[in-house]
Design a protein around this ligand. Structure first.
Ligand SMILES: [Zn+2]
Length: 118
């Protein structure tokens, strides 16, 4: 049986003209996540990356300013994800809270938790 060698991570040497580390070179998704990063030579970073959409993985050597831009993109992605989570769960939580309070016989105006009252 012939064994196939494990795929080596692709080396993607980034430049300022690239689309950014958050963009997948295989499918174009803008959800590429860092797996790990470590300092490299000359004010640059070696970043292992993974795309959750197509399972592409690779390694980039990127200068500090591109890594800073990536960090900003990751923070913005986390903010949008958190916002979507709050948007998706708040109505369901409110509905469930009102249902439980009405079952407990409390009027809906009393639906705020004691710690939320001012
Ligand atoms: Zn991809």
């Amino acid at each position: 049986m012939k064994q196939t060698p494990m795929a080596e991570p692709r080396i993607q040497t980034s430049t300022a003209a690239s689309t950014g580390l958050h963009v997948c070179p295989a499918c174009g998704s803008d959800l590429v996540q860092p797996i790990s990063w470590s300092p490299a030579a000359l004010s640059s970073w070696q970043v292992d990356l993974r795309c959750p959409d197509c399972e592409w993985s690779g390694r980039a050597i990127a200068p500090q300013d591109e890594v800073d831009d990536y960090d900003v993109a990751l923070d913005e992605g986390a903010r949008l994800l958190n916002q979507a989570l709050v948007t998706a769960t708040t109505p369901a939580f409110d509905t469930e809270l009102h249902r439980l309070l009405s079952r407990a016989g409390r009027p809906q105006g009393e639906s705020r938790l004691p710690s939320q009252r001012r």
